[in-house]
Design a protein around this ligand. Structure first.
Ligand code: BTN
Length: 269
């Protein structure tokens, strides 16, 4: 495997983490982006279950080329996966990840809902974001990097004013900090379990639980995809995790990804 150098590696707390999926954990104080490092590692031959974690990111990457603000106190991690599945089923991985995150947060007595496609929210505000990046050649999945950012012990004031109103953190919701290592251990246990369902082709179980955890279905939404803006009722997801949207004229649209706005929640003034 090609050697890749990074700055300031902190102690590896993964030694007592007996979780099947996690094979190797690279823990850093500061990086540009854990997803970038994980992609480089995957391209250099790193195995499935290699995890990159950082306490802070300088250029955390969000969906649609946005910046993911990554101050101290948050969870920033990327997991390399090499699932032996058809490319069609790979689109269920965002659901697997969002479920793992929402279940983990739920174990801290918070009601974490999933906003399609894979934002996790508490009290209507975003607490976690997920960015999947993959390399696919023909029909073969070479790797998938699952990037997860969770606002754990973050003071909302450490986020920029433009995202503060729609963001929250575990610290804010619970009123006290959460043990970082314990939280990670809980998360990896959840991810390991739900990813094992995916590996075992138990797709319907994943979809069924996603439907319980989402608050998007049944809502009138506006979706900005990379090519168009669509409006209608989000009434279901299909077997590959695509959102099914019924437009006002009755036309059904299948959408893989996009930015979703709940129209019912908009202030009428
Ligand atoms: C989103 O826009 O909602 C997705 C945000 C994903 C952020 C995480 S933080 C860890 C990983 N590394 C990155 O650079 N991005 C993802």
């Amino acid at each position: 495997m090609k050697e890749i150098k990074f700055v300031k590696k902190t102690t590896d707390f993964s030694k007592n983490l007996h979780i099947d999926l996690v094979k190797k954990m690279l823990v850093f104080d500061e990086v540009d982006s854990t997803n970038i490092i994980a992609k480089e590692l995957a391209q250099a031959g790193a195995e499935e279950g290699t995890v990159v974690i950082a306490r802070k990111q300088h250029h955390g990457r969000g969906r649609f080329d946005r910046i993911w603000q990554s101050p101290d106190g948050g969870v920033y991690l990327s997991i390399i996966l090499q699932p032996k599945k058809s490319t069609e089923k790979i689109s269920l991985l965002p659901l697997v990840t969002a479920l793992s995150v929402s279940r983990t947060i739920g174990l801290y007595s918070l009601d974490a809902t999933i906003k399609w496609p894979n934002d996790v929210q508490v009290n209507g505000k975003k607490i976690a974001g997920i960015l999947l990046e993959s390399e696919i050649r023909g029909h073969e999945v070479i790797y998938v990097v699952v990037g997860i950012g969770i606002n754990l012990n973050i003071d909302r004031k450490d986020l920029s004013p433009d995202i503060q109103p729609q963001s929250t953190s575990m610290l804010y919701e619970l009123g006290s900090p959460v043990d970082y290592h314990e939280f990670l251990r809980t998360f990896f246990m959840q991810f390991d379990w739900i990813y094992s369902l995916f590996v075992d082709n138990q797709f319907q179980r994943i979809i069924d639980e996603w439907k319980i955890k989402t608050d998007t279905l049944g809502k009138t939404i506006c979706v900005q995809t990379s090519t168009e803006t669509l409006q209608g009722i989000a009434f279901d997801i299909d077997q590959s995790g695509f959102l099914l949207l019924r437009k006002e004229n009755g036309e059904i649209k299948k959408i893989l990804s996009g930015d979703c706005l709940y129209l019912n929640d908009l202030d009428p003034t």
